[in-house]
Design a protein around this ligand. Structure first.
Ligand code: URA
Length: 214
């Protein structure tokens, strides 16, 4: 397919990210290593995702003199993990933003229709007052995460960013059409989706590889 990347797509193609991603793609990489690599990549991605957070200053005193020092403005962020694979990205992001609140949303893909079915949702009550980072490692059809963002917007979430590890052009297009206001961060955009909705060449089923369930 001809793919026109939306302006608010950021590909975090830092050499460290790409190297670790290659190790994750390798089918011989064991579960524990896969999980550790995902944690490391998500920490590196969080750095980029937070780049344009609004800043303010706080009056402090260094050992030498008082100063107006930069701090991130407003309430801390909410990281919403799309179960179950989102938890892999969540860990690394929390390493970097430990005071972020955490939400969870559970959606599974109906294997026949590939449409999302919600089975769980719990997010902070004050989500509307925070920036929201939605984490889901695989942006495949885009249906599940678009539905997750629908639910979060219904709860008043604003300033939403989507953080994903790998994306398919089809998923980016579908998600961007549903939520053109939501910037997408990914480490790579792969070739296409196969008939089962898997990203090719991809890395297989992220949940299974992370938890060793297959
Ligand atoms: N979910 C995955 O875990 N992998 C894919 O390739 C697509 C969706």
């Amino acid at each position: 397919m001809t793919f026109k990347a939306p302006a608010n797509l950021t590909i975090v193609n830092h050499p460290l990210v790409l190297h670790k991603l290659t190790l994750m793609r390798d089918k011989n990489t064991p579960t524990a290593v896969f999980r550790q690599l995902l944690r490391e990549i998500s920490l590196l991605m969080a750095y980029e995702v937070c780049r344009d957070l609004p800043m303010t200053t706080r009056h402090i005193e260094t050992p030498l003199e008082p100063m107006e020092a930069p701090v991130i403005k407003g309430k801390k962020q909410v990281i919403v993990s799309v179960l179950r694979a989102g938890s892999g990205l969540l860990e690394g992001m929390l390493d970097l933003i430990p005071s972020a609140r955490v939400g969870h949303i559970g959606l599974y893909r109906d294997p026949k229709t590939l449409q999302p079915v919600q089975y769980y949702m719990k997010v902070p009550e004050d989500i509307a007052e925070r920036d929201t980072f939605v984490v889901d490692p695989m942006l495949a059809t885009g249906n599940s995460v678009a539905a997750a963002v629908d639910r979060l917007k219904e709860k008043g979430a604003k300033g939403i960013r989507l953080v994903t590890l790998l994306a398919a052009p089809e998923g980016i297009e579908r998600f961007h059409k549903a939520h053109p206001d939501v910037p997408i961060f990914t480490a790579a955009v792969d070739s296409h989706l196969n008939d089962h909705g898997y990203i090719v060449p991809g890395l297989g089923d992220a949940g299974d590889r992370m938890f060793g369930t297959k």
